[in-house]
Write a protein that binds this ligand. Sequence first.
Ligand SMILES: Cc1cc2nc3c(=O)[nH]c(=O)nc-3n(C[C@H](O)[C@H](O)[C@H](O)COP(=O)(O)O)c2cc1C
Length: 296
Amino acid sequence: MKNPVTVASGTFGYGEEFDRYFDVSLLGAVTTKSISLKPRAGNKPPRLVETPAGLLNAIGLQNVGIDRFLSQKAPYLRTRNATIIANIYGHSPEEYAELARRLEAEGAADAIEANLSCPNVHDARTAKGAVLVSQSCEAITVYTQAIRDATRLPLYIKLTPNVMNIQEPALAAEAAGADGVCLINTLLGMAINPETRKPRLANIVGGLSGPAIRPVAVKMVWDAARVLRIPIIGTGGISGAASAIEFLLAGATAVSVGSMSFRRPDTALRVVEGIAEYLKRHQIADVNQLIGAMQA
Ligand SMILES: Cc1cc2nc3c(=O)[nH]c(=O)nc-3n(C[C@H](O)[C@H](O)[C@H](O)COP(=O)(O)O)c2cc1C
């Protein structure tokens, strides 16, 4: 990464959607929407609801599929000279491995981020009651090892925060060969319209993101940083340089800006510039000096 700031998967399209607002190559990397082997239409609308200081979404992993990603989306980002973190999503370890293999073979990614916040439908033996893959350490191990065996690209495992103790899944990803983890994906939530008595999302349940979840995300990064040796990309409600720096101080090595790009498309660029300004103001030579530097 050119600097410690990227964007959160699913909130920045494939990068080109934001290129008219600012030069996306100025970001540390562009993290692209979760890509699956086949294109997906996603869930029925309404798929987005605004909540207090947050956003509830049930997009359902709509994406163009790996073929179009390889033929159109990645080449576009390459022409823009952007560093690409390709986020992948599948229904089995084999599907993830296949996606990683193809991305590496086509030179379409500089790193892989595996979204393991997906339903654990593959293997009942590793599920042990887990609804999502990254709620089961056994499943994380199987999925991470499969992707690790398929690619030499840097591999980040994106974990769900919907667990009792984030240290266990984070350590499982590290032990299985991940180069880093991304924390956090969305927190499960729902909203109901009292007038109609109907759920506000067609899917009923969705994922909560935005500043509402920031303190939860900072705490999870801090928890994970105390036990991991591999780096963490911190995510959750970052709205400017100050909140990005919170994540670095808690132990993240990099950050990604998600929902707040919907409010101001250039939020991530302002975070890049704001961190540089902060370093200057505090006479800090290297941003790495901020990692885990909270003074308790
Ligand atoms: C509309 C929307 C779509 C998302 N799609 C994905 C996705 O496809 N893959 C993924 O790993 N995370 C996805 N996420 C989760 C974000 O990448 C991020 O982890 C989460 O929103 C927390 O960051 P934020 O509070 O800054 O938005 C999505 C989030 C939103 C709001």
